[in-house]
Design a protein around this ligand. Structure first.
Ligand code: CU
Length: 380
């Protein structure tokens, strides 16, 4: 009996000691999330300006912070405009800087974002901005409300590393109305020492693309034709009715049908590590790269956690952004899509990446091209 107990106890003790001595998560040595972020006197830090660019491009940035935290100044101009989101479908979009989604901001953890939000007098509505990366005051929404003809500046500390959504949130039913009219985007808060792989080793990306899924609810008339309005406000009563059915008229990447396909396809090379950042401000989605994977995926968008590895598809819950890294091993035209295939291929939530390089026969090879059937199934 004693021998039997020992035969179980010894392997168990070995297992416990292995588990406790090896670093199962590269983040085990990190501080608790409840440890207060280090203090910096934000009034006396260096300011840098970040020039906003249109998605899928990211602004110029360093992957590893080169200095102590800085104040990153960013300006968003609100643009209310009619946009053709699909052939013949013109709808009012409410935008940060004229694009759906708004521009990606990139900072490092514990940097400060100083945003100036400009609402031109030619606009018709009150807007603001709620950063999911910010702490307090409705993510800044409470202190950034601007009527047409006003601008506001506020600052927040990016204490948490990850990718996060921002969106307009002017209160009540106006929140979904503005969000489904395109007023959302994302910010990437990189760890100061850059991204780490699943083992805790530094990992750099060669390219990064920001791809946002947008659900639109364009109202239709009795004949099923998409309606147009003289102003966003004129269309809002119909839009409320339409969006309350929870049946999008369009589910698109980067605001417009085919914004990232055909001649608008993204490009990369075999061997390159590409970071795909995908946000959905309103609705759940799930991403997939056909013929590839997420080598690394920071689930929930958190860079504080070790990335998951080798996912085939990954979830982006409504109101979040997720980053996935893939090293292309084969050339070709890849499709990056929402793997509700109806939402992708009947609605349009699809992007393409043209990857150049040499084909690797060892990874995949067509052994025989299609030919007349040679093998007859013998009836039993
Ligand atoms: Cu707004």
């Amino acid at each position: 009996m004693k021998n039997k107990i020992m035969s179980y106890t010894i392997p168990l003790l070995i297992l416990v000691s292995v588990l406790t001595s090896c670093n199962l998560s590269p983040n085990n040595s990190k501080e608790s999330v409840f440890t207060e972020a280090p203090f910096f006197d934000a009034d006396n830090l260096t300011h840098i300006k970040q020039e906003m660019v249109s998605p899928p491009t990211l602004p110029k940035h360093e992957q590893v912070a080169e200095s102590d935290p800085v104040v990153v100044e960013v300006t968003f101009f609100v643009e209310e405009k009619e946009m053709e989101i699909a052939p013949g479908v013109k709808t009012w979009v409410l935008t940060f800087n004229g694009t759906v989604p708004g521009p990606m901001i990139v900072v490092h953890q514990n940097d400060y974002v100083q945003l100036t939000l400009v609402n031109a007098a030619t606009n018709s509505m009150v807007h603001n901005i709620d950063f999911h990366a910010a702490t307090g005051a409705m993510g800044g929404g409470d202190i950034s409300i601007v009527a047409p003809g006003q601008q506001v500046t506020f600052r927040f500390k990016a204490t948490k590393a990850g990718v996060f959504v921002y969106h307009c949130a002017p209160g009540g039913i106006m929140v979904p109305l503005h969000v489904v009219s395109g007023m959302n985007g994302a910010i990437m808060v990189l760890p100061r020492d850059g991204l780490k792989d699943e083992l805790g080793n530094p990992v750099r990306y060669d390219k990064a693309f920001y791809i946002a899924e947008q659900d639109y609810y364009v109202p239709t008339d009795q004949n099923g034709n998409y309606k147009q309005y003289a102003s966003p406000a004129e269309g809002f009563p119909d839009l409320i009715t339409s969006m309350k059915k929870l049946l999008p008229s369009h589910i698109l990447f980067n605001g417009k049908l085919n914004a990232l396909t055909g001649s608008n396809a993204l490009d990369a090379k075999v061997g390159e590590k590409v970071l795909f950042i995908t946000s959905q401000a309103n609705r759940d989605t799930r991403m997939h790269l056909i013929g590839g994977h997420a080598d690394l995926v920071w689930l929930g968008g958190s860079f504080n956690d070790a990335p998951a590895t080798n996912y085939e598809s990954w979830s982006v819950v409504g109101g979040s952004a997720v980053a996935a890294l893939y090293q292309f091993r084969q050339p070709g035209i890849y499709t990056y899509l929402n793997h509700n295939l109806i939402e992708a291929l009947a609605f349009g939530a699809v992007a393409q990446i043209k990857v150049e390089g040499d084909w690797n026969d060892n990874l995949m090879k067509q052994i025989k091209a299609p030919e007349p059937i040679q093998l007859m199934k013998t009836p039993k």
